[in-house]
Design a binder for this molecule. Sequence first.
Ligand SMILES: [Zn+2]
Length: 245
Amino acid sequence: MALRQTLGVVIRLADLGEADKIVTLYTPATGQISGIAKGAKRSLKRFVNKLEIFSLLDLEYSDHYRLPIINQAELLNSHLPLREDYHAYTAAALVCELYRLWTHQGDHDQGLFALLNWVLARLQHREGRLESLVLFLARFYRRLGYQPDLSGCVSCRRLDRQAGPFRFQARQGTIVCSHCRPRSSAPGLSIATVRLLGRALELPLDKLSRLRLAPASTREALALFKEHDRVLLDRELAAWNFLGE
Ligand SMILES: [Zn+2]
């Protein structure tokens, strides 16, 4: 039986029968994996306080069976504040749901793993929490290759103050200016929001924290990504509706 070791962040937990749990993780080496933690519900010493949502673990598992068996887990970071605050929890839950839906076993990506740890660390702070979520969403869709095209109005290519406000066309993933489509009912995007998101798509992760979004831009950007997400996944994730503050 092949024993494997990996880092992983718990993105979902489910009960399995009386005693076991199915743990889904995002890992840097194999992408998303789900495994059985035998006896996890009986709080055996090797799992107690470790198999919790958002935890960063160092795992040992055997992949002899179709569903791997998790033998041991070492807790590296519990991200505990995310489980103790409602707003932090809902934002982090949305992030984990996106990883669960967008990633698969085998399509590992070190960048996505680093991004997950980056956003879970940032969401613990009340200050700028939704801003961090916006920056995360920009990088996440960029990494997946599904970033919206914010380079200018899709029709006339303008990207200046006089052309705004812009509208996001979710079906095409593009923006259009108020001159080309004066009667659009889609939520407006100010030029400031469009430019900031454009920069967020380009900046490397270690420079991302430098960007500052005004509350109005944060709201506009969240509305954009919620719509983007709904169109791409062809459904609305419940987690979006619990975001607040
Ligand atoms: Zn235009």
